[in-house]
Design a protein around this ligand. Structure first.
Ligand SMILES: [Zn+2]
Length: 373
């Protein structure tokens, strides 16, 4: 009989679908609360880690709640049921429900939120509006053989070694290092003043630039040498399928007003806000679920006639007006809730391929916090 799946297996699936390396550095993605070793048979998927969603997870006997928005953004100074986050953490621990989120990594992933949003609105030939590129480094470090696993683990746990859907990627070459400890040193091996030959492994791995400080800190902690020899090499590797927003074309040109009515129906929202003339013909459309109005200039530069997003502020609307690009604000909720079905579908498919018996349930009771009167 197969062993039961654990929370860490579910995290592994999510990480392969929406690699954490794609997340913005201010974000906090992955497990927010939970025991990686706990068994999992049922998972609820929701947009927000609300108390209602958690209650629903407990009602249906789910061992995990997968959400888009993180529960914990800033480090918690105390944990008490007196505040909203504390209460949710408290209740998750008591109910033994893990909370895991895929946020900006889901927005950016090749088959993620913005891909689904573009697809829902009927865009063809879509590409990321701002592709991920040029933010990787190669780290080469020379390690004595008996510390190679510890140093590798330290680097992987800090975010190094992710290549697409693969993690823990590295390369090892055996060789001989030389050094002469100077006066006042405390060498791990060798004698002060004498040239030493040491069997070492050249460990190479890749890391995102924004993880550099964390990787170096962890590497230094795990490495036995007083002075660690390492190289940092800038890489020009691209991730053409991943990035912020999407841009594509409608099959036929259409007037903004006509398309706006379609967007409203397709995203099932009660209202939307428009910037620009409703009569303008559009063909090239950019999208960004959630709060993407800051992409208006990028969308314009790439020739988009319209940007569909949420959370548009007054000054962003003015910028769009001045640039001559139409803008549709369909709301944060309406442009993101399609992630629930998307994530459920991806997870069901990935679990099925592994012959895992996990049920994925979509949470259908969330509503837009805004009411229009
Ligand atoms: Zn959001």
């Amino acid at each position: 009989m197969n062993r039961p799946q654990r929370i860490q297996d579910l995290i592994g699936l999510l990480n392969r679908l929406y690699p954490p390396v794609l997340a913005e550095d201010w974000d906090n993605v992955g497990m927010q609360v939970g025991d990686p070793q706990a068994a999992v048979e049922c998972v609820l998927i929701a947009l927000d880690p609300s108390e209602h969603a958690l209650q629903k997870a407990r009602e249906i006997g789910a061992q995990a709640l997968v959400t888009h928005h993180p529960l914990i953004f800033k480090p918690l100074k105390r944990l008490s049921p007196d505040d909203t986050t504390g209460r949710t953490v408290w209740s998750a621990v008591n109910g033994q429900v893990a909370i895991i989120c895929a946020h900006t990594n889901l927005d950016t992933a090749p088959a993620g939120l913005n891909h689904w949003l573009a697809d829902r609105l009927g865009l063809e030939g879509t590409l990321p509006l701002i592709a991920r590129s040029g933010d990787f480094l190669k780290l080469v470090v020379f390690v004595p053989g008996d510390h190679i696993e510890a140093v590798s683990e330290a680097l992987f746990s800090a975010g190094a070694g992710q290549v697409g859907a693969y993690d823990r990627c590295s390369f090892r070459t055996h060789g001989v290092g030389t050094f002469r400890p100077g006066t006042g040193t405390n060498p791990f091996s060798g004698t002060i003043g004498q040239t030493e030959l040491a069997e070492e492994i050249r460990l190479e791995t890749i890391l995102p630039k924004r993880q550099l400080r964390k990787c170096l800190e962890k590497m230094h902690l795990a490495h036995p040498y007083e002075e660690v020899a390492y190289d940092l090499i800038p890489l020009d590797n691209q991730m053409p399928d991943a990035g912020l927003g999407r841009i594509g074309k409608l099959p036929n040109p259409v007037a903004v007003d006509q398309f706006a009515a379609k967007v409203k129906a397709l995203l099932d929202c009660s209202h939307l806000r428009l910037v620009g003339s409703g009569k303008k013909e559009i063909r090239k459309v950019a999208v960004c679920g959630g709060s993407g109005a800051s992409l208006v200039t990028a969308a314009c530069q790439q020739g988009a006639d319209l940007l569909v997003t949420g959370d548009v502020k007054y000054h962003e609307a003015r910028i769009a007006e001045e640039l001559g690009i139409a803008l549709i604000d369909a709301g944060h909720f309406a442009t993101e809730r399609l992630m629930i079905e998307g994530v459920a579908k991806n997870l069901r498919c990935a679990a099925q391929n592994k012959h895992w018996q996990i049920e994925f349930v979509v949470y259908t009771e969330e509503t837009d916090p805004f009411r229009i009167i």
